[in-house]
Ligand binder design. Sequence first.
Ligand code: SF4
Length: 419
Amino acid sequence: MSCIEHKTTPSSLNGEAGRDHNPFDVMEPRAPLKTPVDRKNGKHVKANDIPPQGVYLPNNNILAPHMKSPEYVQLSTAAAITLGIMGGRMYGCECTRCLNLLLTYPEGCRANCAYCGLARHREAERDYADRNFIRVDWPAVPMADIIDIVARDAENSPFHRMCVSMITHPRSEQDTFAVLKQWTDRIDPNAIPVSILSNPTTMTRDDVQRTKDLGADIFTVALDAATPELFDRTRGKGVQSPHKWSKYWDIMLEARDIFGPQKFGAHIIVGMGETEYEVLNLIQELVDLGGHSHMFCFFPEQGSLMDHLPATPRDQWRRVQLARYLIDYRDARVEQMRFDDLGRVTDFGVADAELADIVDEGIAFRTSGCPGKFQDDISACDRPYGDSPPSDIASYPFQPKKKDIKRIRKQLDIPVTVE
Ligand code: SF4
């Protein structure tokens, strides 16, 4: 029996209104408002004819309609700092290990996912190039400039991986191929492997194959919601968005076929209204298929349709993080775990000593994602503070220190034994 079997319900540490998890009925997105005609499809940006001039920092407010992929991409603030394109420092990290790129267009993403800062409804109040995404700004930069910097010494680059994030847009596939080709023409994918974060809604099997043929190493699907019902509520009909759960699964299974074991996976946001049992079952299903799960802790993104809702309480998040790590990397199975009547983990089904070691090791609580060059269970994609502020870290973008482990143990309601 595990030392952290809860004889009673799990304790409540961080939740709003005394909750230790985010239940389905609380996590209702608000309805999108109508966009004024003069702002639809980036109309007022396109009405200008200002040529782009190098790097565009968010809120420059230069309406440059030609700043679009494949010539331009947006990149995370962490990647821009690491490349030397932006100044700044990140708490606890010298750099990021993943160069996260995002396709960009003046009309932006055409989907309307409720938790996302890039969603279509935001065209009413914010130009696409200025929208926050996973809590940070994404400057727009010429792709050729990025490649020039990295190609100077790809072998010794701080980046262990590059990732192209597709968005929902009619040009998304062809521009992903173009960005990928520009990259692999100059940078050996063995020196810096490439991942694709796909947009299945507009993709075919041939498109998946093409990314592989052009040198991609891992293909992931941003499932994001953990159940079909939640998916529909947050990214489908519920918010006038085009995505379908079944299509996401179809493309993920094509990726499994084309990329092979351990080279495909799904992104999942924890705490949008699913139970811990539901999300861990999904994680088990992905492992049984030969893939991986990359997890995000729900954070109410400013300007999104869920910005009024509570972030995932840390105790719920830690339980799922730990259980997911056990399933993904330590051969534990969801069937060995125990859950209460609200679907919360009450027993991880792992021996006391082993569980204590895994908690103290800290890797389970680091950001999860595609692997880098350190070891398989350490993600290159560290997304510094993409799902929490540094004052209350959800996914650690660095190796948790002793004081962090003490805090994690408290959040998990495990006696603190670390010196
Ligand atoms: S498809 Fe992706 S980028 Fe577009 S709104 Fe949905 S989550 Fe955001």
